[in-house]
Design a binder for this molecule. Structure first.
Ligand code: ZN
Length: 312
């Protein structure tokens, strides 16, 4: 059996205060807060989802904001850089914006593509790459037209403890194609048009430590529940230890740790974020799964208030 994921479904990271998180991803990057809910495994913590207009798979970055928690350390066993695709010709807009908000950035070239590399307010490494692929983002936020708006993920850079074995897993099991090597990075490409280029750093970094400013896991796309169960069986025959299916309301999830210690998830494309809010309402209210609804009052009291707001 051979299977192929289309690419990244979502990336989940740990950050600090939710207001700073919303200011950066909605205010500065222009993404839409498509869902405000809680961590189903830790209901005193938000789980915030930012993406394109409706949070399509391949556009979703999700956060567990832990205000006041200790800073993590980026290193092996983690995603090192989250890359976003922006339309060709949009770099002047982004460079001007980075300057306007005093965000230091580097302009680097990898695999013949320029990218802008900078950190979010909590230390996560973010990159913008101009890409033709992927539909334009129809979310019309303040000052963002679809000519400059982030389309979704361009890909990610993986920091693995076992670069060769992680590469083999991406190629032989996840169904990506090895497309080349540039300096310290080997690139693998998936069949989708977003979240499709995965760079594996060949030098092993010191072990990462979970905390604020680090990625918790990266999720790959499954077509539906049946495809996800196929993936689970397939991964198990390939020697991975895969969790039972967990209901995440907006998708179903299974998790496994790849050989280089990075936490991988397989997430279903459906049902998506309009299952409990209309397209217009997305992200405007605290949404709870039905099993937590009776505790809404006490849950709301534990959560720090924040808003999506226009930056000065
Ligand atoms: Zn996830």
């Amino acid at each position: 059996m051979t299977k192929q994921t289309k690419g990244i479904h979502h990336i989940t990271a740990i950050v600090g205060h939710p207001q700073e998180n919303a200011d950066f991803y909605a205010g500065f990057l222009g993404l839409r807060l498509v869902k405000k809910t809680i961590n189903f495994d830790d209901p005193g913590t938000y789980h915030l989802y930012f993406g394109d207009e409706i949070g399509n798979p391949g556009t979703i970055i999700t956060f567990f904001p832990w205000p006041g928690a200790h800073q993590g350390k980026n290193g092996s066993g983690q995603v090192g850089i989250t890359s976003y695709a922006v339309p060709p010709g949009s770099f002047p807009f982004w460079e001007k914006r980075l300057h306007a908000y005093n965000i230091e950035y580097l302009k680097i070239t990898r695999f013949g593509e320029d990218s802008l590399l900078f950190d979010d307010l909590h230390g996560l490494h973010i990159e913008l790459v101009e890409r033709e692929e992927g539909p334009a983002n129809a979310w019309a936020n303040d000052g963002f037209s679809s000519k400059v708006a982030i389309k979704g993920f361009a890909g990610a850079t993986l920091l693995t403890a076992q670069p060769e074995q992680t590469g083999l897993l991406l190629e032989k099991v996840m169904g990506l194609t090895k497309v080349g090597k540039d300096k310290d990075f080997v690139r693998y490409q998936s069949i989708g048009d977003l979240g499709n280029r995965i760079d594996v750093k060949q030098t092993v970094m010191p072990k990462g430590q979970m905390g604020v400013g680090t990625v918790h896991h990266i999720a790959w796309r499954a077509e539906n529940d049946a495809d996800q169960l196929d993936w689970k069986d397939y991964l198990e025959t390939e020697g991975m230890q895969v969790t039972p299916v967990k209901e995440r309301q907006y998708f179903n999830a299974v998790y496994f740790r790849e050989p280089g210690s990075i936490l991988f998830e397989i997430a279903t494309d459906p049902p998506g974020f309009t299952i409990d809010e209309t397209r217009e309402e997305l992200g405007t209210k605290l949404m709870l799964p039905k099993w937590y609804e009776p505790q809404r009052g006490s849950i709301e009291e534990m959560l720090a208030p924040f808003e999506v707001r226009k930056l000065d």
